[in-house]
Design a protein around this ligand. Sequence first.
Ligand SMILES: NC(=O)c1ccc[n+]([C@@H]2O[C@H](COP(=O)([O-])OP(=O)(O)OC[C@H]3O[C@@H](n4cnc5c(N)ncnc54)[C@H](O)[C@@H]3O)[C@@H](O)[C@H]2O)c1
Length: 338
Amino acid sequence: MLRIGIVGFGFMGRMHYANWSKCENAEVTAICDSDPDIIENSKKAGGNIEGADSAIDFDSLEVYSDFDKMLAGGLVDAISITLPTFLHCSFTIKALEAGLHVLCEKPMALNVDECNKMAAAAVKSGKVLQIGHCIRFWPEYVKAKETVDSGEYGKVIAASFSRLGSAPTWGADDWFASDDHSGGVAMDLHIHDSDYIQYLFGMPKSVQAFGSPASGKGLKCISARYDYGDDKLVTAEGSWAMTPSFGFEMSFNIVMEKATIVYDCSREKAFRVCPGQGDEFTPDVLEGDGYMLEINHFAGLINGEKLPEVITLAQSTKSIELVRAEIESIQTSQPVSL
Ligand SMILES: NC(=O)c1ccc[n+]([C@@H]2O[C@H](COP(=O)([O-])OP(=O)(O)OC[C@H]3O[C@@H](n4cnc5c(N)ncnc54)[C@H](O)[C@@H]3O)[C@@H](O)[C@H]2O)c1
């Protein structure tokens, strides 16, 4: 049985707990959170995606407020790092050096230098380090990639991706609002689509982005075009500017020569393939969601299973490079080459 620790027991910590609880051959044995009232506070914590609200059996968990004590306790073989982003690098390296496997939430870190240090620590430790780019595992996005890669419907003509919500308000000390702690809407939210675009098409030759500034520092919306030096038009937008009653939406349209694939999580008929000939249809997709599937993948890698490569450390580092280039493009009002 794989013994799991969760470090940072906020919104995503609870999401990882819920999904680790569904994983055969793994059990959550410990959590670590600096909040001394974490047991009480976890009952009223926020979040914008369903699934983090399973019952938590605190009696079966060792609860730490100090990560060094958790490491010294020897109760875990692997950890989920679900901490504010500015802590990903230091906690990941410490855990790898202590001999643990690490599933670290996206974004990998705040800059490429930190990513390189994390990747070097993973190589040195010989342990698994996976970054939680859950969209690469999200059933409809998995099916869309399979369909594009198969070439069944010809070449991609245009692809657009969207991820919209209001700014997260649940983080302690409003850490999401600080570019130095979260990287803002571009690094925290929009990176899901930048990373998926990289997964689908590779790195673009250049990127040009536009942004709407937030009050104070940073951005509240971003819209980007990824230039592949060919005819296809690839764009993505991310927003933290929606009014709270809007909720959260993620969607895409991939237009190919002989079919369009459409996904919009807010629609009743969320996923459709609309071929040039014949009626639209909804293809079968994997059961579960991206969180569960990425956790199963991570557990499989630890167990030495031969699995298809979904997310490498080089790719998750490239996603940081890509989003950093988008931010630079907004700041300079110029396309940025990659
Ligand atoms: N994959 C996704 O869809 C998705 C969605 C939301 C957030 N995230 C990512 O997950 C990470 C966490 O986001 P969140 O929404 O859970 O934030 P959160 O603020 O809800 O949770 C963070 C937790 O870490 C704890 N913490 C802070 N400093 C600590 C320390 N030094 N030691 C131990 N605990 C500490 C806090 O008390 C808090 O409980 C971020 O990197 C974010 O980008 C990913």
